[in-house]
Write a protein that binds this ligand. Structure first.
Ligand SMILES: C[S@@+](CC[C@H](N)C(=O)[O-])C[C@H]1O[C@@H](n2cnc3c(N)ncnc32)[C@H](O)[C@@H]1O
Length: 211
């Protein structure tokens, strides 16, 4: 039935927000099964997880399902339209995405959720605690993605990880977008001391802090 709905109606942010918020349609899936596997495997056992770029909540649900009730999942997104983060005309709402995560929590327990309706850079400016996993999937410009890495990787505890989405456009078996791929290409060429690539698949790369 959904295939019969024209794209301009299916993508209209207010209609989508109403349908997603009320649970009539699922949040739009922005990752493949391989992407989700890397994200979930990296999140296993983590206690403090930060997701930058939540949109309608589909990857937040992957993290939610991978984390224990003892964990805290911080979700950062200013919501609305962001040309460097989403195709033109797309946008999610805080109301709908909060409802997606609230439904998941009621159904399955899961981690504590902390919302940050803000830009990732502003949240990082006030951040103090160590983090086990940062998932970077917000501003996809090269500058924005590089800023997320610079702002957040110092908070990652030894054994923890930073996961990039859309960062494998230059790999033979990969996909991605130019901004995150350029940031990863620089990191591959000159990996910071104590960091290594732990896993990668499709559009996703997980960097682990070894020490
Ligand atoms: C590609 S979507 C995220 C997709 C989501 N992770 C998923 O898999 O469903 C990008 C999101 O990043 C958000 N965004 C853009 N700039 C941001 C920033 N500086 N900080 C945090 N979020 C940002 C946008 O509002 C948008 O919802």
């Amino acid at each position: 039935m959904r295939r019969l709905v024209p794209n301009r109606v299916r993508d209209e942010p207010r209609l989508r927000a109403a349908a997603v918020g009320l649970g009539l349609i699922p949040p739009r899936t922005m990752h493949s099964d391989d992407d989700a596997r890397v994200l979930a495997a990296t999140a296993a056992g983590a206690r403090c997880v930060v997701e930058i770029g939540v949109y309608e909540g589909s990857s937040a649900l992957v993290l939610h399902d991978a984390l224990s009730p003892a964990a805290e999942l911080h979700l950062i997104d200013p919501f609305g339209a962001h040309p460097d983060a989403l195709p033109s005309g797309w946008g999610a709402t805080e109301w709908a995405t909060r409802r997606v995560l609230a439904r998941a929590g009621r159904a399955a327990g899961g981690p504590g959720i902390v919302w940050h309706i803000a830009l990732s850079h502003d949240v990082a400016a006030d951040w103090r605690e160590p983090v086990d996993l940062v998932f970077i999937d917000g501003d996809h410009s090269e500058t924005g993605c590089a800023a997320d890495w610079e702002d957040w990787h110092p908070f990652v505890a030894p054994g923890g990880a930073v996961v990039f989405h859309d960062a494998r456009a230059d790999q033979p078996d990969g996909r991605g977008l130019p901004g995150p791929t350029a940031v990863l290409a620089r990191l591959r060429g000159s990996m910071p001391d104590g960091w290594s690539i732990a896993q990668e698949a499709d559009r996703t790369v997980a960097l682990r802090r070894d020490r």
